[in-house]
Design a protein around this ligand. Structure first.
Ligand code: COA
Length: 260
């Protein structure tokens, strides 16, 4: 697939995805979502890719939401499909990615932009970040998982306050709430994301995937997370990563995990 709305470049095991519609503050139109789907799906099976870092182009916005101009004439059925397909094809795909996905939030992360960041496994934001779910100003509610993931990350009271008021919060408040993992300067944003990703990439790829799956199960009411943990834990023992990790420890050397 040719990308026109995102940049996707793999450098030394990291797939850097940049949402590249700066003139529209990187708003997620249908084409952008399709490209994101394609890039993240391909990353799952590409052995040259260990993890994904998502950011927005320019200094002003990570993503300022779903593209409002595209759904302005939608009816209920079309709105339902918009949310359903978006959740399945992009937001859940990212959340359930077997490879780690880090959001580097460089400015506005509003509506679908904050939902995109929240679907990622880890969020790092620069000091100019502004985060919010302003959908009620449009007569809507968040539709790409925002009501669920914001509640999981900051608790019901703060999630309701943010969603009902539509207010944006700044990066410092988001950090204090645990909505972002790290708060850094704009210059340090991508280097910090890369440093964190490189550390994760030095660990067992199989164990990293297993951990994502077990942690995600904690938030999935259709699963018993403790059982998923037992299952994933047991599966680890049958992997080359386990043999290498334990051998490296016993031989007092650094583990050299293979990506396959
Ligand atoms: N969908 C479509 N276009 C969007 C957009 C969105 N979510 N967010 C911004 N844009 C477009 C603007 O329409 C404008 O395009 P134009 O230059 O062709 O008119 C361009 O991006 C720049 O945005 P602008 O509003 O002029 O920038 P600003 O600095 O004055 O305001 C925001 C920045 C983020 C406060 C404002 O763009 C905004 O409120 N965006 C919508 C946020 C939102 O409600 N998101 C949830 C959607 S469900």
């Amino acid at each position: 697939m040719n990308y026109e709305n995102i940049l996707a470049e793999t450098k030394d095991e990291i797939l850097w995805i940049t949402i590249n519609r700066a003139a529209k503050l990187n708003a997620l139109n249908k084409a952008t979502l399709a490209e994101l789907h394609d890039a993240v799906l391909n990353a799952q099976t590409n052995t040259l890719i260990g993890g994904v870092i998502i950011s927005g182009s320019g200094e002003k916005a990570f993503v300022a939401g779903a593209d409002i101009s595209e759904f302005s004439s939608f009816n209920s059925a079309e709105g339902t499909m918009l949310a359903k397909e978006g959740q399945q094809n992009v937001f859940d795909l990212i959340a359930n990615s077997t490879k780690p996905v880090i959001a580097a939030v460089n400015g506005f992360a509003l509506g679908g932009g904050l939902e995109l960041a929240m679907a990622c496994h880890i969020r790092i934001a620069s000091e100019n970040a502004k985060l919010g779910l302003p959908e009620v100003t449009l007569g809507l509610i968040p539709g790409y998982g925002g009501t669920q993931r914001l509640t999981q990350l900051v608790g019901r009271g703060k999630a309701l306050e943010m969603i009902l008021t539509a207010d944006m919060i700044d990066a410092a408040e988001a950090h204090q709430l645990g909505l972002i993992n790290h708060l850094v300067t704009f210059e340090e944003l991508l280097p910090t994301a890369e440093k964190l990703m490189r550390k994760i990439l030095s660990r067992s790829p199989n164990a990293v995937s297993a951990a994502i799956s077990a942690v995600n199960a904690a938030l999935d009411s259709s699963k018993n997370g403790f059982e998923v943990e037992i299952e994933e834990f047991g599966k680890c023992f049958g992997t080359d990563d386990f043999k290498e990790g334990v051998a490296a420890f016993l031989e007092k050397r650094k583990a050299n995990f293979k990506r396959n």
